[in-house]
Design a protein around this ligand. Structure first.
Ligand SMILES: [Zn+2]
Length: 234
């Protein structure tokens, strides 16, 4: 384990305890325990500690993230630029809605010195609108080709999941999916549609996902690396 840093707190407890959170590793040890024993305890917990620390690093939102004019935001897997544009009646996108390119610009109907909160609000609204339109089109596509239609679908803004479905046949899709590449969004939609037939993750369920979206494996693997918490609009 290289360069493990931790804070040590002595207390009246009877054993050595480990806590790992966004602040890192904290060790609590009884007053009588020597540094050598603490080192041994760390060594015996090495892989658990490393795993937990790694988990937290992935969960950390980018600290440097700041809403400002000219910043890039992910849209359908590309990076678009946001720019306030006083005098606009509504937001205007310089690229193609359904096929954005890197550095396309989203002009927001805001004053040039708009506050970060205003930028965030305007962007969230635009992205949610785009998410609705995109999901509508993709659900229609899947319905026309292979899948059943959900009884109803709604946007969610969940912080922890991309999609969900209920036994009443409705599904929810996280609007933040609109940040990701189209094939990743398709996988989440196909996954939820497959749940309308199989409410589990059995082999029958995965066969249904494959029937709806034969090339789903690659997207599934990429999505596994992609945490909601690494997205900017949290
Ligand atoms: Zn599932």
């Amino acid at each position: 384990m290289d360069k493990l840093t931790y804070t040590l707190q002595r207390s009246n407890r009877k054993s050595i305890g480990f806590t790992i959170n966004s602040e890192g590793l904290k060790i609590t040890a009884p007053y009588w325990v020597s540094q050598e024993l603490i080192d041994k305890a760390i060594l015996s917990k090495k892989s658990w500690i490393e795993g937990k620390l790694q988990h937290w690093q992935h969960q950390q939102p980018a600290r440097s993230f700041q809403w400002q004019p000219g910043m890039g935001l992910p849209y359908l897997g590309k990076t678009i630029i946001i720019q306030p544009e006083p005098g606009l009646i509504a937001c205007r996108f310089s690229g193609h809605y359904d096929a954005p390119q890197n550095n396309d610009t989203l002009y927001l109907n805001l004053p040039a010195n708009a506050a970060p909160e205003a930028l965030k609000k305007a962007c969230n609204q635009w992205f949610q609108g785009r998410a609705l339109a995109w999901f509508d089109a993709r659900l229609r596509h899947f319905h026309q080709t292979k899948a059943v239609k959900p009884s109803r679908y709604r946007l969610s803004g969940a912080q922890t999941r991309w999609g969900s479905c209920s036994s009443d046949g409705s599904i929810r899709l996280n609007w933040r999916l609109i940040h990701l590449a189209p094939e990743l969004i398709d996988y989440v939609i196909a996954h939820e549609l497959a749940h309308l037939k199989e409410m589990n993750h059995s082999p029958r369920f995965w066969a249904e996902v494959k029937r709806i979206l034969p090339e789903f494996e690659a997207a599934k693997n990429v999505l596994r690396q992609q945490s909601l918490h690494t997205l900017p609009i949290i």
